[in-house]
Design a protein around this ligand. Structure first.
Ligand SMILES: C[S@@+](CC[C@H](N)C(=O)[O-])C[C@H]1O[C@@H](n2cnc3c(N)ncnc32)[C@H](O)[C@@H]1O
Length: 340
């Protein structure tokens, strides 16, 4: 699912972002030239060493003369920052409450390929998913929730069912405590391993299924989400993928076609992954200091909203007989292994 980026292109885009003034802090560049933080750091280091850019505080500055005639102006909305939705001021207190709750969550672990997004991302996911027709979904099912996206959904949908199916018991226990604290009868988390087929009681019942799988789990999680989704036209799947606008890769589109899923929306750089302390331990890294940016991010992914049709079909059916290594893959943990 993940093609390798063209590093020359990465360098050109990064240089162009900095020269155009569209992006100057580490976070801003990451959103405009979507590579992971490591690739970007190596690229920035090379550009500093070759004297093409320099750093002032947390900003990267180009040494090249600005050529105003040859610069694409930045038209990103400064309020929504490219996500296409803005939280209504009336609900901003709920975001504060969500962050207070989320800070108490168990820390993420390498097992299960966990890698949470920023609180800001989790919050905007729920806002985005509820916007198109503003009809509250009757049942939202999240497959895996280290990002705690179920909490904003539960807070915004007091009369809907919000159900989390998750393999990590620590997250299940935490979410069930939050459900009690919010006095939300319809909010619950259940221990579930996606290798097992979906329990009959959930089959075809979700108006909205949400998952953010790592690459080796992608086909499995989307398949299970199809099983969970209503097939009467109400079903949608909200998921997230490695930037498809940066490397031309037809594989993803083919996969969705094979499953008879409709790509309803795709928003670049919507998903912003938290930069974790361990990520910046290598001494060749340029440690990003982003005093002006809200939460520090490590890399970004696109949001994809998929429509489920009557004839949508999973590519994985029934129980899946895979061991841990086969399921989570060697590459999935390579990033963490490097940091040990
Ligand atoms: C797979 S992780 C992916 C994290 C991150 N979005 C990424 O792309 O690297 C997402 C969630 O799925 C859960 N998860 C992992 N394996 C699972 C399984 N076999 N069944 C159910 N949930 C699982 C994790 O605990 C986590 O909460």
């Amino acid at each position: 699912m993940r093609a390798r980026p063209n590093y020359d292109l990465v360098e050109r885009i990064v240089l162009r972002c900095i020269a155009a003034g569209n992006a100057s802090t580490f976070n801003q560049i990451l959103r405009n030239a979507p590579v992971n933080d490591r690739t970007l750091r190596v690229c920035l280091e090379k550009l500093i060493q070759s004297d093409q850019i320099y750093k002032i505080g947390d900003k990267f500055v180009s040494r090249a003369e600005r050529n105003a005639r040859n610069i694409v102006p930045s038209c990103e909305c400064p309020t929504c920052e490219g996500r296409s939705i803005v939280a209504n001021p009336e609900i901003s207190a709920k975001f504060t409450q969500f962050v207070e709750i989320a800070r108490r969550a168990p820390p993420f672990i390498q097992d299960y390929n966990q890698r949470p997004v920023t609180f800001d991302t989790a919050w905007h996911r729920a806002l985005f998913a509820l916007q198109p027709n503003k009809i509250p979904p009757k049942r939202v099912i999240l497959l895996g929730d280290d990002d705690l996206t179920s909490i904003p959904f539960a807070m915004l949908l007091p009369d809907s069912e919000v159900i989390v199916l998750e393999a990590d018991k620590r997250i299940v226990d935490f979410l069930n405590i939050v459900s009690e604290e919010l006095s939300h009868d319809g909010f619950s988390a259940i221990e579930y391993d996606a290798r097992k087929k979906v329990d009959d009681r959930y089959l075809g019942t979700a108006d909205l299924a949400v998952c953010d799988p790592s690459s080796t789990l992608f086909e499995l999680f989307i398949s299970r989400c199809i099983d969970l989704s209503a097939k009467d036209g109400a079903g949608n799947i909200l998921t997230f993928v490695h930037p498809t606008y940066f490397v031309q890769d037809i594989g993803l589109q083919k996969l969705f076609s094979d499953m008879n899923l409709v790509i309803r929306a795709m928003i670049p750089a919507f998903n912003r992954y938290k930069l974790h302390d361990n990520d910046i331990c290598s001494n060749q890294d340029i440690v990003p200091i982003n005093s002006s940016d809200k939460e520090t991010i490590a890399f970004v992914e696109s949001l994809v909203m998929l429509g489920v049709c009557e004839d949508s079909k999973p590519v994985i059916v029934g129980d899946l007989d895979l061991n841990y290594e086969e399921l989570y893959g060697e590459t999935a943990t390579r990033r963490f292994d490097k940091l040990k």
